[in-house]
Design a protein. Structure first.
Lengths: 144, 279
């Protein structure tokens, strides 16, 4: 029997570090409220890898805005790229509407950066247009 | 909008590729996936698995009076209008897809007979039938924008796909887009399709096709692009390169083996294909 304990330096506390995915999910109800249910936010978590040698595992969190009244049509707004080996943060954010990339975003600035992206003219127009299209269709939808 | 197709080649064996289908749908973020040669049990298993962890929109099997191919989507069934009762063949399934104020188009998923059973000439002549049915579908749906997706069992250069009275699918999007009236032969006009699959020939990028087969005798093409996405050039506004992918890997699963040929023992003798429309 030895006094050595090889497990002492590992962290077994129940709290898990919040990821970009968790932070995004905290925002999902707000869009439903703001658009009276015309739009919803959807975040898909996808395991992937960077095609470098050797391949580097990454996690992608893809933020969609969904229009339930348009048959669940969804528009891809942005993708958060988390390098699995580096931990939860920093992350890169790629916006699919204006094709701009923000790199090395820390946890403390993450939601502010997302807000800034959503408020860029092209991006906000795209989401607002989807809202208008959904609203218009709901108003004129033939009764089933 | 991402649309995928995969001939999973499991109608005559016990392969259950439902896990690979879940991975493909998830990694490629497919909104619609058309599947050929899938067993009902695999479809059920795929739907169960993909919907298991989803609190969001569930994937559904799209209804059709024809059942040669299976179509799964995360869109509501109301988006799909089945047009398959307009024609006789069970080798293609047609839907008008309408997302109000966003896009409307006809999606025709196809699975032509195998060259093991049908001659090249018969397959080419079948394209004339498909062309006739496309005209019917476009007229009935009052929508002239059509996407063909599936396993044609013909390469893009073969007669049925190239012939004006067949699919009339050319490799040049800009020309096909500008020449709206199409090609005129002896007074008859034939509208063009655009076939982007021509871009995948050769060994500059892997994979070298969607299907590999070596036949006996002197002439064997070896690599084939039987699985294709062919579209009306008027859909050009939704295309942002690279808008087509032949899928070789799903996550860490390599669907190919030696010389990048499809691993038909573990997966399928065909590789999946994906179309991305920017909406």
């Amino acid at each position: 029997m030895t006094d050595k304990n090889i497990w002492t330096k590992l962290n077994f506390t129940a709290s898990k570090e919040e990821s970009a995915y968790d932070l995004l999910l905290t925002q999902s109800d707000q869009l439903v409220v703001a658009t009276t249910g015309e739009l919803k936010m959807d975040v898909e978590a996808v395991d992937s890898y960077l095609d470098v040698e050797p391949p580097k595992p990454i996690a992608l969190y893809i933020l969609y805005v969904v229009a339930p009244n348009l048959g669940n049509f969804r528009r891809k707004i942005l993708t958060v790229v988390e390098g699995k080996e580096e931990g939860r943060f920093p992350v890169d954010i790629y916006c699919h509407i204006d094709d701009k990339k923000d790199e090395n975003i820390n946890k403390s600035e993450f939601l502010d950066k997302i807000s800034e992206i959503l408020n860029r003219k092209l991006v906000s127009n795209s989401i607002e247009n989807l809202f208008q299209q959904s609203k218009e269709y709901s108003k004129n939808k033939p009764h089933e | 909008m991402n649309i995928g197709f995969w001939n999973v080649n499991s109608s005559d064996n016990n392969k259950d590729l439902s896990d690979s289908l879940v991975s493909l749908t998830s990694e490629k973020q497919l909104d619609i996936i058309c599947i050929a040669e899938i067993k009902d049990a695999t479809t059920l298993s795929f739907l169960k698995k993909i919907n298991k962890s989803r609190t969001k929109q569930k994937y559904i099997q799209v209804k059709s009076v024809k059942n040669k191919l299976t179509i799964i989507s995360r869109y509501a069934n109301t988006v799909f209008e089945d047009k398959s009762s307009l024609y006789g063949s069970n080798r293609w399934i047609a839907h008008k897809i309408s997302i109000p104020s966003i896009i409307s188009f006809n999606l025709i998923s196809v699975h032509f007979n195998s060259k093991l059973n049908w001659s090249e000439a018969s397959l080419a002549l079948e394209c004339v039938n498909l062309s006739r049915d496309i005209a019917l579908i476009e007229s009935d749906s009052k929508c002239s924008e059509t996407i063909l997706i599936g396993d044609f069992n013909m390469n893009p250069f073969e007669n049925g796909l190239v012939a004006a009275n067949g699919i009339n699918a050319v490799a040049d999007l800009n020309y096909a887009f500008k020449k709206k009236s199409g090609r005129e032969i002896d007074g008859t006009k034939y509208r063009y399709f655009y076939n982007p699959m021509w871009n995948f020939f050769g060994d500059f990028t892997e994979p070298y096709g969607t299907h590999y087969c070596r036949v006996a005798g002197h002439i064997s093409h070896e690599w084939h692009i039987y699985d294709q996405i062919i579209l009306r050039p008027t859909l050009k506004q939704y295309l942002d390169k690279p808008f087509i992918e032949i899928v070789k890997k799903i996550y860490s699963e390599d669907l190919t083996k030696k010389f990048s040929r499809p691993d038909k023992v573990k997966y399928s003798d065909h590789l999946p294909i994906v179309l991305k429309l920017k909406l």
